[in-house]
Design a binder for this molecule. Structure first.
Ligand SMILES: NC(=O)c1ccc[n+]([C@@H]2O[C@H](COP(=O)([O-])OP(=O)(O)OC[C@H]3O[C@@H](n4cnc5c(N)ncnc54)[C@H](O)[C@@H]3O)[C@@H](O)[C@H]2O)c1
Length: 335
């Protein structure tokens, strides 16, 4: 197969390319990425010399660019990760989120509609389902959409477009909605790498509100394996939820990282809550488990320890990103 990955220079996309190259020897991969602040070719330094891998700098919001990348490389499958992905940035400036996440997905759908042999897998998030109360049942494939931030609303729109193209034009597509990812190469503005990198540098660590918000955390390698299972075993036209069995309060995550790094809890600074902050996300992934055999491989405690160790021994990767990644945290700390 010839595969085109959009957003392959970002956190999950780069992990997916590395995973796929290692586990699927006969396939080629084109990484199509605009290289925004979140895109970093150093995430893929180890695979960049592989003859099965090729990078194209391009923008999914420009139809001709994505159209020619797909056509010129005889692509069989598009795995669509490219997005603006940080909720705090979407609150400050939603325009890029609307453009990339909605218009960009629309362009990809148009290319796929015009070339019915091509399959699309669309990567989405559990944030499209909104916020759960403590004892409410977990999200599943039938949960009603209820997005509450510009980010999640733009991802919800893109999911609706993909479903509409499946029903209207019978395109070959699948969707996955996944919980919060963590692991190597995550841009250090997101909670886990932000906390690790700030703790390593003895900087104050902002925690929103009471820190009692709950997220389900999935290790990025489990996410990549889940996508592989959907691509190989999933039914066309269907949506699968992928979760990590890792529901934890944000404050638990921060305290555990401080414990692993032997840093004092006095580094924590509680700050005002994020606008429209969702209280709890939780995923019931029984469909992916029963139909595809999907299951996270290790408990969060073990994966978090591995992740902390990765950041501690890869400072040369994250230090150049630190100034830009700290912008949001510093905004909250100054309020
Ligand atoms: N990170 C998570 O916890 C999480 C959870 C569930 C779903 N997702 C989804 O997974 C996907 C990847 O997330 P991530 O955390 O790796 O994001 P990321 O921000 O790390 O990477 C996004 C990548 O997309 C590229 N990109 C942005 N706009 C583009 C454009 N117009 N054209 C081409 N490339 C563009 C960026 O350069 C970057 O390389 C997103 O669709 C996101 O919604 C993320």
């Amino acid at each position: 197969m010839n595969i085109l990955v959009t957003g392959g220079a970002g956190f999950i996309g780069s992990n997916f390319i590395r995973y796929w190259i290692k586990n699927n020897q006969d396939d080629t991969i084109v990484n199509f990425d605009k290289l925004t602040y979140a895109g970093n070719l150093e995430n893929l330094e180890d695979v960049s010399k592989d003859t099965r891998y090729k990078f194209i700098k391009g923008d999914i919001t420009v139809f001709d660019q994505i159209n020619s990348a797909i056509k010129n490389n005889s692509i069989d499958l598009v795995v669509h990760f490219a997005a603006e992905s940080h909720v705090d940035r979407s609150i400050i400036g939603p325009a890029d989120f609307i453009n990339t996440n909605i218009n960009g997905t629309f362009n990809i759908l148009e290319v796929v509609r015009q070339n019915p042999g091509i399959r699309l897998h669309h990567i989405s998030t559990d944030e499209v389902f909104g916020s759960l109360k403590t004892l409410e049942p977990k999200f599943n494939e039938n949960t009603k959409y209820s997005p509450r931030s510009p980010y999640s609303a733009s991802k919800a729109s893109s999911d609706h477009l993909v479903r509409a193209y499946i029903d209207t034009y019978n395109i070959k597509a699948t969707i996955s909605n996944c919980s919060n990812n963590y692991g190597a190469y995550c841009y250090p503005e997101k909670l886990i790498p932000l906390t690790i990198t700030r703790a390593l540098m003895d900087q104050r660590i902002p925690v929103y509100g009471s820190g009692k918000q709950v997220r389900d955390w999935i290790h990025v390698e489990d996410h990549c394996r889940g996508i592989e299972l959907i691509l190989k075993e999933g039914k066309l036209g269907e949506t699968y939820l992928l979760g990590g069995n890792g529901e934890r309060e944000n404050i638990w995550i921060v305290m555990e990282i401080l414990r692993l790094l032997n840093k004092p809890k006095e580094l924590i600074q509680f700050v005002g809550d994020r606008k429209g902050h969702d209280f709890r996300y939780a995923i019931d992934y029984s469909r992916a488990k029963n139909e595809l055999g999907f299951e996270p491989l290790k408990p969060i405690e073990e994966r978090l320890k591995e992740t902390v160790e990765w950041y501690a021994s890869n400072k040369q990767w994250w230090q150049p990103l630190k100034k830009s990644a700290d912008v949001m945290a510093d905004r909250y700390l100054q309020k």
